[in-house]
Ligand binder design. Structure first.
Ligand code: SF4
Ligand code: SF4
Length: 350
């Protein structure tokens, strides 16, 4: 039986807001994508990292579990496997996983931090990725060097520029069949600017200074969890940020939230509604990926919490960028504090 938010008298603020918006059935709508975190090891240790990855993390998915993920994608007719981490390229079976997915005609999306492609043993990745037509989604949280290095570490901006140029050289961001998307997130406790307008600025800056081409820009809202939340608490900004997210709740985002169209598999095979719930240890009721049943998964109730306001604030946020269409986004921007079309959020360092 599918439960609704009104079945729980002690629900969280997000559930209460859903109830006020007359949303009584907050479950799955489709399974387009299986997002899989294959391990927490990363060559970086960014300040905003919600899974708290670093070079010292050792957790990683076994090959048996990877095969269960592939079987689940086939069962659900999911078109895409979205590989994330850590730096997924550091997993010992990364290339084998990609090839196995492509053999099954499954589209592969890869979340890359770019800089891994400069490390010893990983410099062949631009060619490997291009030959398999992997869709690359790369973090570049600002077009300005100081903001990127403050968030991700010294020299990360220059290294990212170098890798983007290498990716352009093999066709990424230039050919339709080699998409290279960039990801922006604010450096501090503010909502992202308007995605389309920021994309224009990124394109202009990266092309004029470095000759870099990319396909699309995604703007993401920082959820108040993980290292980002630790920073907010330390600086006494946690409550005001949570209030900002809650006061910009946008009902137009609800049907497009990533938890409604995909599942997330943690490195140990546990199924979650999204990577944020994974980071918080909020497993879905679906259990382990080896037991995956698409119909049961779609019929589940999504596990929510106050962090969900990070996905529904203003123009909305998902691993594919903002969620509200231009009309919705314009309406929100005109009547709320969503800093669309301003540069303020770009420089809101913490
Ligand atoms: S590159 Fe990504 S996974 Fe690695 S520490 Fe930074 S945010 Fe986390
Ligand atoms: S954090 Fe976002 S994607 Fe995850 S369950 Fe909440 S609303 Fe859905």
């Amino acid at each position: 039986m599918k439960l609704s938010v009104i079945d729980f008298p002690e629900c969280n603020n997000f559930d209460r807001r859903l109830h006020a918006a007359r949303v009584t059935d907050f479950g799955g709508l489709s399974i387009d994508t299986i997002q899989v975190n294959i391990g927490l090891r990363c060559n970086l240790a960014c300040r905003h990292c919600h899974v708290e990855s670093s070079p010292s993390r050792r957790e990683e998915m076994t090959w048996d579990t990877i095969v269960h993920v592939l079987d689940a994608a086939t069962k659900a007719n999911a078109t895409t496997i979205d590989i994330t981490g850590g730096a997924p390229e550091m997993h010992p079976h990364f290339k084998r996983f990609v090839d196995a997915a492509r053999e099954r005609k499954i589209h592969v999306m890869l979340r890359t931090n770019l800089t891994i492609m400069l490390e010893d043993g990983y410099q062949d990745l631009p060619e490997f990725d291009a030959q398999r037509h992997i869709h690359l989604v790369a973090s570049l949280p600002c077009y300005l060097e100081t903001n990127v290095d403050r968030q991700r570490g010294k020299h990360v901006y220059q290294e990212s520029v170098e890798v983007l140029q290498r990716l352009n050289a093999v066709g990424y961001g230039r050919q339709d069949d080699l998409p290279l998307d960039l990801v922006y997130n604010p450096g501090g406790p503010s909502l992202p600017p308007n995605q389309q307008e920021l994309e224009v600025i990124y394109r202009r800056e990266l092309e004029s200074h470095f000759g870099i081409h990319f396909t699309r820009l995604y703007t993401l809202t920082n959820l108040p969890i993980g290292r980002f939340m630790h920073d907010l608490v330390r600086q006494g900004k946690a409550r005001s940020y949570e209030q900002l997210l809650q006061s910009n709740f946008n009902v137009a985002t609800l049907d497009k939230l990533m938890c409604r169209h995909q599942l997330h598999v943690g490195w140990d095979g546990t199924i979650y509604d999204c990577d944020f719930n994974y980071a918080l240890g909020l497993a879905s009721e679906a259990g382990h990926i080896r037991d995956f049943n698409p119909q049961q998964f779609l019929a589940r109730s999504i596990v929510t919490g106050d962090h969900c306001f990070g996905c529904t604030a203003g123009c909305g946020s998902s691993c594919g960028g903002s969620l509200a269409d231009e009309k919705d986004a314009a309406a929100i921007a005109s009547r709320s504090s969503c800093p669309a079309a301003t540069q303020e959020a770009l420089h809101a360092g913490m």
